[in-house]
Design a protein around this ligand. Structure first.
Ligand code: FMN
Length: 364
């Protein structure tokens, strides 16, 4: 979790000087990924270390129209005896559909069988990760680094598309390039066009380079250019979506078909219902103490259904720290969540910082 946590530095709302200050007007798009209807164009991104079943279910219950599971390494999916953690991620519940499963790897040959496995366990969409900025420990090229290897990237797309039934859409997640060089830009568009030509149904573009990791803003001008280039082909945008307003702003400023909320949804699943409310011109529903407690207890219960108590407490420690940001005593609450070791500690944090009395009052 250390890597994941260090990725969580949230930058302030991007103050971007847009060379394309165009605003797309009219109603919001209705999102479709291949033949899979999604609807409201605000979805939940793949988030390693976070977007497990419970997080996805809660996002769906609170308005996300689609979610993506955290990335899985192709060869781990194929070697489940060794990989308890991956096995846990190969579980899809009825209420999650439509849900995407994401694969990352370096060997085109293993993508097909791994994608078939994801379809077998119930994922509706297969997403290929060409965005992860973390170097493979084995030194092989995968994730975002494949953006510099268009031939390998396209071979992976072909093998995956051929392996899964035609009604299952295959999608990509890309960063805007390895770096800011002309070659990276050229490679980006070669992969984008090549992937659509090979039958990919939609591409999510994160407007940062691999080299950038999470430093500096996501380039929304780039997203505007990509959507303009893609025409009727489906593009989702990613990067710096920390509020419902930012979600609608990205849709309108770039013309993308959908937006993929990532860090902004960790500890704030209400962002989805808020985006829906905002789109309908309603005032933003703010989660009171009672609502925050209800959702955290829901997540605790959902975690217990899929993992043991120790794992559930570890998950709730991680999420609690993020949920605490909704609280007026956020620092004390955050520190209290960080210390939980037992179910009694968990209960004590809820009772101290989300007391039932106050919950009842905030329900009135
Ligand atoms: C902790 C963490 C885990 C992530 N895991 C994944 C992942 O498994 N697959 C993926 O495609 N992107 C992953 N991403 C990237 C996000 O989906 C998203 O593209 C990125 O965070 C930019 O959006 P944001 O600035 O709104 O957070 C991850 C990002 C973070 C911070």
């Amino acid at each position: 979790m250390t890597n994941a946590t260090s990725n969580l530095i949230q930058h302030p709302r991007p103050i971007q000087t847009r060379t394309n200050p165009t605003t797309v007007t009219g109603p919001l798009p209705i999102l479709k990924i291949g033949h899979v209807p999604i609807g409201f164009p605000v979805v939940q991104a793949a988030l390693s270390g976070y977007s497990d079943g419970p997080m996805r279910i809660i996002a769906r219950r609170l308005g996300a129209s689609y979610t993506v599971a955290e990335v899985m390494i192709d060869r781990f999916v194929l070697d489940l005896k060794q990989r308890h953690r991956t096995r846990r991620h190969l579980h899809v519940t009825d209420e999650e559909h439509p849900v995407g499963g994401q694969l990352m790897g370096s060997d085109p040959a293993s993508f097909g069988p791994a994608a078939q496995k994801l379809v077998e366990v119930g994922f509706d969409v297969i997403d290929i990760n060409f965005g992860c900025p973390v170097k493979s420990t084995a030194g092989s090229c995968r994730g975002g680094y494949l953006l510099s290897e268009p031939e390998v990237a396209m071979e992976i797309v072909s093998r995956t598309r051929e392996a899964v039934p035609s009604e299952i859409p295959v999608t990509l997640k890309m960063r805007r390039g390895l770096d800011d060089s002309a070659k990276s830009l050229d490679d980006f568009y070669r992969i984008l066009d090549g992937a659509f030509a090979r039958g990919v149904a939609a591409i999510t573009v994160h407007g940062r380079t691999v080299q950038q990791k999470y430093i500096g803003p996501s380039n929304w001008d780039f997203l505007f250019d990509v959507k303009k280039h893609a025409g009727s082909r489906t593009i989702l945008g990613s990067g710096d979506l920390f509020t419902a307003e930012a979600c609608l702003e990205m849709l309108r400023a770039t013309g993308v078909d959908g937006v993929s909320v990532a860090r902004g949804a960790i500890g704030n699943p209400w962002i989805f219902s808020q985006a829906r409310a905002l789109a309908e011109g309603l005032s933003l529903p703010q989660p009171g103490i009672a609502e925050q407690r209800r959702v955290m207890e829901m997540q605790f219960e959902l975690c217990l259904q899929s993992s043991d108590l120790a794992q559930t407490l570890a998950t709730m420690r991680t999420f609690g720290i993020k949920f605490a940001q909704q609280q007026s005593h956020s620092e004390e609450t955050r520190n209290a969540f960080a210390r939980i070791q037992t179910i009694e500690d968990w209960q004590a944090v809820l009772d101290r910082w989300y007391p039932i009395d106050e919950c009842t009052a905030s329900n009135r």
